[in-house]
Design a protein around this ligand. Structure first.
Ligand code: AMP
Length: 402
Protein backbone atom coordinates (compact mmCIF):
# COMPACT_ATOMS: atom_id res chain seq x y z
CA UNK A 1 0.00 0.00 0.00
CA UNK A 2 1.27 3.47 -0.83
CA UNK A 3 2.34 5.52 2.16
CA UNK A 4 0.27 8.61 2.93
CA UNK A 5 1.83 11.85 4.08
CA UNK A 6 0.16 14.59 6.05
CA UNK A 7 2.85 17.27 6.17
CA UNK A 8 6.58 17.09 5.60
CA UNK A 9 9.48 19.51 6.00
CA UNK A 10 12.78 19.35 4.16
CA UNK A 11 15.47 19.95 6.79
CA UNK A 12 18.85 21.13 5.50
CA UNK A 13 22.13 21.46 7.35
CA UNK A 14 24.89 22.80 5.13
CA UNK A 15 28.56 22.62 5.98
CA UNK A 16 31.35 24.01 3.82
CA UNK A 17 31.75 20.73 1.91
CA UNK A 18 28.68 18.81 3.00
CA UNK A 19 24.92 18.99 2.93
CA UNK A 20 22.89 16.92 5.36
CA UNK A 21 19.21 16.56 4.51
CA UNK A 22 16.10 14.96 5.91
CA UNK A 23 12.40 14.94 5.16
CA UNK A 24 10.62 14.99 8.48
CA UNK A 25 6.99 14.82 9.61
CA UNK A 26 6.74 17.83 11.97
CA UNK A 27 3.88 16.22 13.89
CA UNK A 28 5.39 12.84 14.66
CA UNK A 29 9.10 13.35 14.01
CA UNK A 30 9.11 10.43 11.58
CA UNK A 31 12.04 10.77 9.21
CA UNK A 32 10.87 9.69 5.77
CA UNK A 33 14.22 10.36 4.17
CA UNK A 34 17.71 11.08 5.50
CA UNK A 35 20.89 11.65 3.58
CA UNK A 36 24.21 13.37 3.14
CA UNK A 37 26.10 14.91 0.24
CA UNK A 38 29.81 14.92 1.01
CA UNK A 39 33.12 16.10 -0.42
CA UNK A 40 31.35 18.93 -2.22
CA UNK A 41 33.75 20.96 -4.34
CA UNK A 42 36.07 17.96 -4.63
CA UNK A 43 36.47 15.36 -7.40
CA UNK A 44 35.08 12.63 -5.12
CA UNK A 45 31.80 14.44 -4.35
CA UNK A 46 29.07 11.91 -3.54
CA UNK A 47 25.62 11.60 -2.06
CA UNK A 48 23.98 8.89 0.02
CA UNK A 49 20.42 8.58 1.27
CA UNK A 50 17.89 6.23 2.74
CA UNK A 51 14.09 6.18 2.88
CA UNK A 52 12.95 5.35 6.42
CA UNK A 53 14.77 2.20 7.47
CA UNK A 54 15.30 0.97 3.88
CA UNK A 55 18.79 0.19 2.61
CA UNK A 56 21.19 3.06 2.07
CA UNK A 57 21.68 4.19 -1.52
CA UNK A 58 24.72 5.96 -2.83
CA UNK A 59 25.77 7.79 -5.96
CA UNK A 60 28.75 9.84 -7.08
CA UNK A 61 27.99 13.45 -7.94
CA UNK A 62 29.63 15.28 -10.82
CA UNK A 63 33.30 15.96 -10.04
CA UNK A 64 33.52 19.15 -7.99
CA UNK A 65 29.73 19.31 -7.52
CA UNK A 66 28.60 22.18 -5.29
CA UNK A 67 25.61 22.68 -2.96
CA UNK A 68 23.36 23.64 -5.88
CA UNK A 69 24.23 20.49 -7.80
CA UNK A 70 23.70 18.35 -4.70
CA UNK A 71 20.24 19.86 -4.20
CA UNK A 72 19.48 19.40 -7.89
CA UNK A 73 20.35 15.72 -7.54
CA UNK A 74 18.08 15.53 -4.50
CA UNK A 75 15.20 17.05 -6.42
CA UNK A 76 15.69 15.24 -9.73
CA UNK A 77 16.94 11.80 -8.68
CA UNK A 78 16.25 11.12 -4.99
CA UNK A 79 12.75 12.64 -5.05
CA UNK A 80 11.86 10.85 -8.32
CA UNK A 81 8.87 8.59 -7.89
CA UNK A 82 8.19 10.06 -4.43
CA UNK A 83 5.35 12.35 -5.48
CA UNK A 84 3.23 11.65 -2.39
CA UNK A 85 6.11 12.75 -0.17
CA UNK A 86 7.22 15.75 -2.18
CA UNK A 87 3.65 17.02 -2.51
CA UNK A 88 3.40 16.94 1.29
CA UNK A 89 6.37 19.31 1.64
CA UNK A 90 5.19 22.51 3.32
CA UNK A 91 8.48 24.23 4.16
CA UNK A 92 12.26 24.02 4.13
CA UNK A 93 14.02 24.38 7.51
CA UNK A 94 17.65 25.49 7.48
CA UNK A 95 19.94 24.93 10.43
CA UNK A 96 22.04 28.05 11.04
CA UNK A 97 24.83 27.94 13.61
CA UNK A 98 25.07 31.62 14.50
CA UNK A 99 22.39 34.27 14.67
CA UNK A 100 24.26 36.65 16.99
CA UNK A 101 21.89 38.95 18.83
CA UNK A 102 19.84 39.48 15.68
CA UNK A 103 17.78 36.30 15.86
CA UNK A 104 16.09 34.81 18.89
CA UNK A 105 13.49 32.66 17.13
CA UNK A 106 12.89 30.87 13.81
CA UNK A 107 12.83 33.39 10.95
CA UNK A 108 11.17 33.24 7.55
CA UNK A 109 14.14 33.74 5.23
CA UNK A 110 14.02 36.95 3.22
CA UNK A 111 16.88 38.86 1.65
CA UNK A 112 17.12 40.85 4.93
CA UNK A 113 17.44 37.66 6.97
CA UNK A 114 20.15 36.42 4.59
CA UNK A 115 21.94 39.74 5.16
CA UNK A 116 21.63 39.20 8.94
CA UNK A 117 23.17 35.72 8.66
CA UNK A 118 25.96 37.28 6.62
CA UNK A 119 26.51 39.88 9.34
CA UNK A 120 27.09 37.08 11.85
CA UNK A 121 29.87 35.49 9.74
CA UNK A 122 32.66 36.84 11.99
CA UNK A 123 31.24 34.72 14.84
CA UNK A 124 31.00 31.54 12.74
CA UNK A 125 33.42 31.99 9.84
CA UNK A 126 33.22 28.36 8.74
CA UNK A 127 29.54 27.68 9.27
CA UNK A 128 27.51 30.75 8.29
CA UNK A 129 29.00 31.14 4.78
CA UNK A 130 28.23 27.46 4.14
CA UNK A 131 24.67 27.91 5.40
CA UNK A 132 24.24 30.84 3.03
CA UNK A 133 25.39 28.74 0.08
CA UNK A 134 22.76 26.15 0.94
CA UNK A 135 20.05 28.70 1.64
CA UNK A 136 20.59 30.52 -1.64
CA UNK A 137 20.67 27.31 -3.67
CA UNK A 138 17.58 25.92 -1.92
CA UNK A 139 15.60 29.15 -2.24
CA UNK A 140 16.20 29.03 -5.98
CA UNK A 141 15.36 25.35 -6.39
CA UNK A 142 12.42 25.12 -4.01
CA UNK A 143 11.08 28.60 -4.62
CA UNK A 144 7.46 27.51 -4.07
CA UNK A 145 8.12 26.72 -0.38
CA UNK A 146 8.73 29.00 2.60
CA UNK A 147 12.33 28.77 3.82
CA UNK A 148 12.92 29.16 7.54
CA UNK A 149 16.18 29.62 9.44
CA UNK A 150 16.51 27.92 12.83
CA UNK A 151 19.47 29.28 14.78
CA UNK A 152 21.64 27.24 17.20
CA UNK A 153 22.20 30.40 19.22
CA UNK A 154 18.55 31.50 19.42
CA UNK A 155 17.58 29.48 22.50
CA UNK A 156 20.38 31.13 24.50
CA UNK A 157 19.21 34.67 23.80
CA UNK A 158 17.34 34.57 27.13
CA UNK A 159 20.64 34.46 29.07
CA UNK A 160 20.96 37.42 31.44
CA UNK A 161 23.95 39.78 31.06
CA UNK A 162 25.61 38.34 34.17
CA UNK A 163 26.03 35.05 32.32
CA UNK A 164 26.56 36.23 28.74
CA UNK A 165 29.08 39.01 29.37
CA UNK A 166 32.84 38.53 29.42
CA UNK A 167 34.71 40.51 32.05
CA UNK A 168 36.44 42.61 29.39
CA UNK A 169 35.88 46.32 28.60
CA UNK A 170 32.14 46.69 27.95
CA UNK A 171 32.72 48.70 24.81
CA UNK A 172 34.02 45.51 23.18
CA UNK A 173 30.53 44.11 23.72
CA UNK A 174 28.66 47.29 22.85
CA UNK A 175 30.65 48.09 19.72
CA UNK A 176 31.75 44.66 18.54
CA UNK A 177 29.27 42.17 19.99
CA UNK A 178 31.95 40.36 21.98
CA UNK A 179 29.89 38.26 24.38
CA UNK A 180 28.93 34.64 24.96
CA UNK A 181 26.32 33.29 22.53
CA UNK A 182 26.34 29.52 23.12
CA UNK A 183 25.45 26.78 20.65
CA UNK A 184 23.47 23.50 20.34
CA UNK A 185 20.38 25.54 21.26
CA UNK A 186 17.92 23.33 19.37
CA UNK A 187 19.22 20.26 21.15
CA UNK A 188 19.17 21.82 24.63
CA UNK A 189 15.65 23.13 23.97
CA UNK A 190 14.41 19.75 22.77
CA UNK A 191 15.81 17.60 25.58
CA UNK A 192 14.77 20.13 28.25
CA UNK A 193 11.20 19.87 26.90
CA UNK A 194 11.34 16.08 26.88
CA UNK A 195 12.72 16.06 30.43
CA UNK A 196 9.75 18.15 31.57
CA UNK A 197 7.42 15.55 30.00
CA UNK A 198 9.25 12.75 31.83
CA UNK A 199 8.92 14.72 35.07
CA UNK A 200 5.19 15.14 34.36
CA UNK A 201 5.30 18.95 34.62
CA UNK A 202 4.97 21.88 32.21
CA UNK A 203 8.35 23.09 30.91
CA UNK A 204 7.76 26.46 32.65
CA UNK A 205 7.93 24.75 36.05
CA UNK A 206 11.03 22.67 35.48
CA UNK A 207 14.74 23.42 36.04
CA UNK A 208 17.20 21.15 34.27
CA UNK A 209 20.87 20.95 33.39
CA UNK A 210 21.26 19.60 29.86
CA UNK A 211 24.57 18.12 28.67
CA UNK A 212 24.87 17.82 24.89
CA UNK A 213 27.99 15.72 24.45
CA UNK A 214 29.02 14.89 20.90
CA UNK A 215 32.15 15.80 18.95
CA UNK A 216 31.39 19.28 20.21
CA UNK A 217 29.87 19.53 23.65
CA UNK A 218 28.02 22.08 25.72
CA UNK A 219 26.01 22.40 28.91
CA UNK A 220 22.95 24.49 29.47
CA UNK A 221 21.14 25.66 32.59
CA UNK A 222 17.46 25.69 31.64
CA UNK A 223 15.17 27.45 34.10
CA UNK A 224 11.43 27.22 33.43
CA UNK A 225 12.08 26.27 29.80
CA UNK A 226 14.53 29.14 29.18
CA UNK A 227 18.30 29.04 28.79
CA UNK A 228 19.92 31.12 31.51
CA UNK A 229 23.51 29.94 31.10
CA UNK A 230 25.49 27.80 28.70
CA UNK A 231 29.10 26.71 28.43
CA UNK A 232 30.00 27.77 24.89
CA UNK A 233 31.03 31.33 24.25
CA UNK A 234 31.46 33.75 21.38
CA UNK A 235 32.52 30.64 19.44
CA UNK A 236 32.08 26.91 20.18
CA UNK A 237 35.62 26.71 21.63
CA UNK A 238 34.73 27.73 25.18
CA UNK A 239 33.52 25.44 27.93
CA UNK A 240 33.83 21.68 28.09
CA UNK A 241 36.69 19.53 26.87
CA UNK A 242 35.62 18.23 23.44
CA UNK A 243 36.79 15.88 20.69
CA UNK A 244 39.48 18.20 19.33
CA UNK A 245 38.65 21.50 21.08
CA UNK A 246 40.31 22.54 24.32
CA UNK A 247 37.34 24.15 26.10
CA UNK A 248 38.22 26.55 28.93
CA UNK A 249 41.88 27.50 29.17
CA UNK A 250 43.80 30.48 30.48
CA UNK A 251 43.82 32.86 27.46
CA UNK A 252 47.48 33.53 28.26
CA UNK A 253 48.28 30.21 26.62
CA UNK A 254 47.83 32.09 23.36
CA UNK A 255 50.48 34.68 24.27
CA UNK A 256 52.79 31.92 25.42
CA UNK A 257 52.46 29.98 22.16
CA UNK A 258 52.99 33.15 20.11
CA UNK A 259 55.68 34.90 22.18
CA UNK A 260 57.66 31.94 23.48
CA UNK A 261 57.11 29.27 20.85
CA UNK A 262 56.81 31.51 17.79
CA UNK A 263 53.48 30.04 16.65
CA UNK A 264 51.46 32.06 14.18
CA UNK A 265 47.89 32.95 15.18
CA UNK A 266 46.62 30.47 12.60
CA UNK A 267 48.71 27.74 14.21
CA UNK A 268 47.33 28.64 17.65
CA UNK A 269 43.80 28.51 16.27
CA UNK A 270 44.51 25.12 14.78
CA UNK A 271 46.04 23.76 18.00
CA UNK A 272 43.13 24.88 20.18
CA UNK A 273 40.36 23.92 17.76
CA UNK A 274 41.67 20.85 16.00
CA UNK A 275 44.53 19.31 17.97
CA UNK A 276 43.33 19.58 21.57
CA UNK A 277 40.61 17.97 23.68
CA UNK A 278 40.39 14.16 23.66
CA UNK A 279 42.72 13.99 20.66
CA UNK A 280 45.35 16.25 22.20
CA UNK A 281 45.50 14.35 25.48
CA UNK A 282 45.19 10.80 24.14
CA UNK A 283 47.52 11.49 21.21
CA UNK A 284 45.38 8.91 19.39
CA UNK A 285 41.78 9.78 18.75
CA UNK A 286 39.07 12.37 19.14
CA UNK A 287 36.45 9.64 19.11
CA UNK A 288 35.03 8.74 22.50
CA UNK A 289 34.71 5.06 21.54
CA UNK A 290 38.46 4.97 20.91
CA UNK A 291 39.09 6.69 24.24
CA UNK A 292 37.01 4.17 26.20
CA UNK A 293 38.61 1.28 24.32
CA UNK A 294 42.05 2.66 25.23
CA UNK A 295 40.90 3.01 28.84
CA UNK A 296 39.88 -0.66 28.93
CA UNK A 297 43.20 -1.69 27.39
CA UNK A 298 45.19 0.22 30.00
CA UNK A 299 46.38 3.08 27.76
CA UNK A 300 47.45 5.79 30.22
CA UNK A 301 46.86 8.75 27.93
CA UNK A 302 43.36 7.54 27.04
CA UNK A 303 42.66 7.05 30.75
CA UNK A 304 43.80 10.62 31.44
CA UNK A 305 41.65 11.98 28.58
CA UNK A 306 38.65 10.11 29.99
CA UNK A 307 39.29 11.33 33.55
CA UNK A 308 39.74 14.93 32.42
CA UNK A 309 36.59 14.83 30.29
CA UNK A 310 34.47 13.53 33.18
CA UNK A 311 36.07 15.68 35.89
CA UNK A 312 35.71 18.92 33.97
CA UNK A 313 32.17 18.03 32.95
CA UNK A 314 31.11 17.21 36.53
CA UNK A 315 32.66 20.43 37.85
CA UNK A 316 30.82 22.45 35.21
CA UNK A 317 27.53 20.69 35.99
CA UNK A 318 27.99 21.47 39.69
CA UNK A 319 28.47 25.16 38.88
CA UNK A 320 24.96 25.31 37.36
CA UNK A 321 23.41 24.76 40.76
CA UNK A 322 24.17 28.46 41.27
CA UNK A 323 22.00 29.90 38.45
CA UNK A 324 19.30 27.24 38.89
CA UNK A 325 19.04 26.99 42.68
CA UNK A 326 16.80 23.94 42.41
CA UNK A 327 17.69 21.26 39.85
CA UNK A 328 14.92 18.83 38.88
CA UNK A 329 17.06 16.70 36.58
CA UNK A 330 20.34 16.35 34.75
CA UNK A 331 20.04 15.25 31.11
CA UNK A 332 22.65 13.50 28.96
CA UNK A 333 22.35 13.68 25.16
CA UNK A 334 24.49 13.73 21.98
CA UNK A 335 26.57 10.80 20.68
CA UNK A 336 28.64 10.47 23.87
CA UNK A 337 25.85 11.41 26.29
CA UNK A 338 23.41 8.95 24.72
CA UNK A 339 25.81 6.03 24.49
CA UNK A 340 28.70 6.10 26.94
CA UNK A 341 27.56 4.44 30.12
CA UNK A 342 31.08 4.52 31.62
CA UNK A 343 31.21 8.29 31.20
CA UNK A 344 27.75 8.72 32.76
CA UNK A 345 28.63 6.37 35.59
CA UNK A 346 31.83 8.30 36.36
CA UNK A 347 30.15 11.71 36.17
CA UNK A 348 27.31 10.64 38.47
CA UNK A 349 29.83 9.30 40.99
CA UNK A 350 31.74 12.61 40.87
CA UNK A 351 28.40 14.33 41.58
CA UNK A 352 27.50 12.05 44.51
CA UNK A 353 27.70 15.05 46.84
CA UNK A 354 24.76 16.55 44.94
CA UNK A 355 22.64 13.48 45.63
CA UNK A 356 23.20 11.50 42.41
CA UNK A 357 23.33 7.73 42.61
CA UNK A 358 23.49 5.63 39.48
CA UNK A 359 21.11 2.77 38.78
CA UNK A 360 23.65 0.57 36.96
CA UNK A 361 21.06 -1.56 35.19
CA UNK A 362 19.06 1.45 34.01
CA UNK A 363 22.28 3.14 32.87
CA UNK A 364 23.22 0.07 30.86
CA UNK A 365 19.77 -0.06 29.25
CA UNK A 366 19.79 3.59 28.14
CA UNK A 367 21.88 3.32 24.99
CA UNK A 368 21.63 3.22 21.22
CA UNK A 369 18.56 5.41 20.90
CA UNK A 370 16.93 4.20 24.10
CA UNK A 371 16.49 6.88 26.76
CA UNK A 372 15.27 6.86 30.34
CA UNK A 373 16.00 7.55 33.99
CA UNK A 374 19.45 6.25 34.96
CA UNK A 375 19.51 7.07 38.66
CA UNK A 376 18.35 5.01 41.63
CA UNK A 377 15.18 5.50 43.65
CA UNK A 378 15.59 8.47 46.01
CA UNK A 379 18.56 9.83 44.03
CA UNK A 380 18.67 13.22 42.31
CA UNK A 381 17.35 12.46 38.82
CA UNK A 382 19.46 12.01 35.70
CA UNK A 383 17.97 11.10 32.33
CA UNK A 384 19.35 9.98 29.00
CA UNK A 385 17.28 11.61 26.26
CA UNK A 386 18.17 11.07 22.58
CA UNK A 387 18.22 14.46 20.95
CA UNK A 388 16.21 15.32 17.84
CA UNK A 389 17.38 18.57 16.31
CA UNK A 390 15.72 17.72 12.97
CA UNK A 391 12.33 17.62 14.66
CA UNK A 392 12.83 21.04 16.29
CA UNK A 393 13.87 22.46 12.92
CA UNK A 394 10.92 20.79 11.15
CA UNK A 395 8.46 22.18 13.70
CA UNK A 396 9.98 25.64 13.60
CA UNK A 397 9.72 25.65 9.80
CA UNK A 398 6.23 24.11 9.61
CA UNK A 399 4.92 27.00 11.70
CA UNK A 400 5.43 29.17 8.60
CA UNK A 401 3.60 26.82 6.22
CA UNK A 402 0.98 28.65 4.17
P1 AMP B 1 27.86 13.33 17.74
O1 AMP B 1 28.74 14.50 17.42
O2 AMP B 1 26.66 13.69 18.58
O3 AMP B 1 27.50 12.49 16.54
O4 AMP B 1 28.72 12.37 18.68
C1 AMP B 1 29.95 11.80 18.26
C2 AMP B 1 30.66 11.23 19.47
O5 AMP B 1 29.83 10.21 20.08
C3 AMP B 1 31.98 10.55 19.12
O6 AMP B 1 32.97 10.90 20.08
C4 AMP B 1 31.65 9.08 19.27
O7 AMP B 1 32.76 8.31 19.64
C5 AMP B 1 30.64 9.11 20.40
N1 AMP B 1 29.89 7.84 20.44
C6 AMP B 1 29.06 7.34 19.52
N2 AMP B 1 28.65 6.10 19.89
C7 AMP B 1 29.26 5.81 21.06
C8 AMP B 1 29.28 4.69 21.95
N3 AMP B 1 28.59 3.59 21.68
N4 AMP B 1 30.02 4.76 23.08
C9 AMP B 1 30.74 5.87 23.34
N5 AMP B 1 30.78 6.96 22.55
C10 AMP B 1 30.06 6.93 21.42
Amino acid sequence: MDKTFEQAVLVLNCGSSSLKFAVVDPATGEQYLTGLAEALGLPEAEISWRFGSADKQKSPLASGADHTQALQFLEEVVFKGQEAMTQALVAVGHRVVHGGELFSQPELITDEVEAGIEKCIPFAPLHNPAHLLGIRAARRLFSHLPHVAIFDTAFHQTMPPASFMYAIPSKLYKEHGMRRYGAHGTSHYYVAGEAAKLLGKPAEEVNVITAHLGNGGSLCAVKGGKSIDTSMGITPLEGLMMGTRCGNVDPSLVFFMVDELGYSLDQVKDVLNKQSGLLGISGKTSDFRGITQGLEEGDEQCALAFDMFCYRLAKFIASYYVPLGRVDALVFTGGIGENSLVMRSKVLSLLAGFGYQEDAQANEAARFGQGGLITAEGSAKAFVIPTNEELVIARGAAAFAG
